[in-house]
Ligand binder design. Structure first.
Ligand code: CTP
Length: 422
C-alpha cells in the first residue's frame, strides 16, 4: 500500500537525478517515478538496460523525462560521446536504480561495467540508491543476499523491497516500493523532505559555504629517519580529498594541505603539498584564519629525535630508536581559535571510540569530531568506504551509515553546516 505523499511543489528544483531501470516487471512503475520527480522540479536522466526495454520502452521514459534515454555505452552514429558515463557520474546528485534485478545487483556488487547503467554506477560520485525488486524466493537466496551485503559494504544505499503480492502470483518479500515511497526516500537522502530536524541537510546546489574559506588537511605525514627510511601510516588521503571536493561543491574557497598522496587534486581546490608533521603545522598556520578547518590528515604523533643525513648502516645489532612527540596541529589551532571559526577533527579509534573522541573534542577545543573505527570492516584507512559518528561540543551525536567516502564527505558537511547554522 503506497504511503500518501504530498508533492510539495518544486522541492527538487535544480536537483539532478539519474534513474537506472533494469529488466523486471516493476519497470512499469518507473514511468510514475519519472513523473513524480519531474513534478517536484528535478532533472531526470534515465538509463535502461537491454532487458528493461522488454518491459517499458525508452520512448515512454524519454517522453516523460524530456531527455533521451541512454541505453548503450557506445551509441551508434555518435562519435566521441563514449565518455558520457563519466560526465553523468559527476553530474548527478543522486543515482536511483529502480527496479534493481538480481542480475544488476550481482553486476554492481562485482564491479561489472558492461552496460550504460553499470558503467555509470562505477563512475558515480554521488550516493547510489538501489531498490531491489524480484520474486520472494530469488530475493531470499543467499547469493542475492550476499550481493546486497557487498553493495552495502561498497557504500551503496539500499531501499528494502516490500512484502506483498508478486508478479508470479505468490505472496512474499520482493515487491518494489511504490514510486511515492521511493520519492519520499529520495527526499530523505537529498535532505529535501518536509520532515526536517536532525536528518535535514541543505541542498548541494544551495552553496551554503559561498564566500567561506575552508582549510582541509589530508593524507599521512612522513617522518624521516635517514634519507631512505620513514615513519608513516596507511592513510591514502581519500577522506580529506573527498571533503575538499564536497566543500567546493557547497560553494567554499578550499585550501587542501596534503601529506604524500597519489590522489588527483580536486577541481577548484588550492593544494599545498607537505611531507612531515612540522611542515603540515607550518602550512596549516599560514591559513589558520580560515572560517572552517577540517583536520582529516593522519598526522604522525612521533618523529625520530635524530635524523641522520646519511643512510644508517646495519651492523646486525639490535637498534633502539628515540622518538619525540610532534606538535599537535589541531590542539594548536584550538588554542588560538577565533570567534565564529569552526574546528573539525577526526578520531580514528580502536577501543572506547566515543569516550576517546569526546575527550579529544574537549581537549583540542573542537566544534565537531568525526569518530571512525580503525578495525571495523568497511571503515577507517583506504580508498573504499567509511562509517562515521559525528559528535559536537553541544552533545549532538549523528550516526552516518557505511558509504563511499565521497558520499560520506558531502553528507557529513551538510549535517555539520545545518546543525552549526553556517
Ligand atoms: N592531529 C593533529 N596533530 C597531531 C596529531 C593529530 O592535528 N600531531 C589531529 C588529527 O588530524 C585528527 C585529530 O588530531 O583530526 C585526532 O587525531 P588522532 O590521531 O585520532 O588523535 P591523537 O590526538 O593523536 O591521540 P591518540 O593518537 O592518542 O589517539
Amino acid at each position: 500500500m503506497a504511503t500518501p505523499v504530498i508533492v510539495r511543489e518544486k522541492r527538487l528544483q535544480g536537483r539532478k537525478i539519474l534513474l537506472g531501470v533494469t529488466g523486471g516487471i516493476a519497470a512499469y512503475k518507473a514511468a510514475l517515478l519519472v513523473r513524480l520527480l519531474k513534478r517536484s522540479g528535478a532533472e531526470v536522466q534515465v538509463l535502461m538496460t537491454e532487458d528493461a526495454q522488454r518491459f517499458i520502452t525508452p520512448l515512454t521514459l524519454g517522453t516523460l523525462s524530456e531527455r533521451e534515454v541512454l541505453t548503450d555505452i557506445f551509441p551508434e552514429n555518435e562519435q566521441g560521446s563514449w565518455t558520457k558515463h563519466i560526465t553523468l557520474g559527476r553530474w548527478a546528485d543522486l543515482f536511483v536504480i529502480a527496479p534493481a534485478t538480481a542480475q544488476t545487483i550481482a553486476r554492481l556488487a562485482h564491479g561489472f561495467s558492461d552496460s550504460m547503467l553499470t558503467v555509470t554506477a562505477l563512475a558515480a560520485r554521488c550516493p547510489v540508491l538501489v531498490c531491489p525488486a524480484m520474486d520472494h524466493d530469488m530475493f531470499i537466496h543467499p547469493a542475492v543476499q550476499r550481493n546486497l551485503g557487498l553493495l552495502e559494504e561498497l557504500g551503496y544505499q539500499l531501499m528494502q523491497p516490500e512484502h506483498g503480492e508478486l508478479a508470479s502470483g505468490l505472496t512474499g518479500e520482493g515487491r518494489m516500493p511504490e514510486p511515492e515511497q521511493i520519492l519520499a526516500r529520495i527526499d530523505q537522502d537529498l535532505g529535501t523532505s518536509e520532515n526536517t530536524g536532525n536528518d535535514a541537510a541543505p541542498t548541494p546546489s544551495s552553496k551554503p559555504l559561498s564566500g567561506k574559506h575552508v582549510l582541509v588537511t589530508a593524507g599521512p605525514t612522513r617522518e624521516p629517519l635517514d634519507p631512505v627510511r620513514i615513519f608513516t601510516n596507511p592513510s591514502t588521503g581519500t577522506m580529506g580529498f573527498a571533503l575538499a571536493r564536497a566543500a567546493v561543491r557547497l560553494g567554499a574557497d578550499v585550501t587542501l594541505v596534503s601529506g604524500p598522496s597519489m590522489l588527483e587534486t580536486p577541481e577548484g581546490v588550492s593544494r599545498v603539498d607537505v611531507q612531515t608533521a612540522a611542515q603540515m603545522h607550518a602550512a596549516v598556520h599560514e591559513h589558520a584564519d580560515a572560517d572552517v578547518v577540517i583536520m582529516a590528515a593522519a598526522v604522525a604523533d612521533y618523529t625520530p629525535s635524530k635524523k641522520s643525513e646519511s643512510k644508517l648502516k646495519k651492523n646486525g645489532d639490535r637498534l633502539t630508536l628515540e622518538l619525540e612527540p610532534t606538535v599537535d596541529i589541531l590542539a594548536s589551532l584550538g588554542k588560538q581559535k577565533r570567534d565564529g571559526q569552526l574546528l573539525i577533527g577526526f578520531a580514528l579509534e580502536t577501543d572506547n571510540g566515543a569516550a576517546s573522541a569526546r575527550s579529544k573534542l574537549q581537549r583540542k577545543r573542537l566544534d565537531w569530531i568525526a569518530l571512525n573505527h580503525a578495525n571495523e570492516p568497511g571503515a577507517g584507512f583506504g580508498p573504499g568506504t567509511n562509517r562515521i559518528t559525528l559528535i559536537s561540543k553541544d552533545g549532538d551525536e549523528i550516526s552516518l551509515p557505511t558509504q563511499s567516502k565521497e558520499a560520506l564527505a558531502l553528507t557529513m558537511l551538510q549535517h555539520i553546516f545545518v546543525a552549526s547554522e553556517v
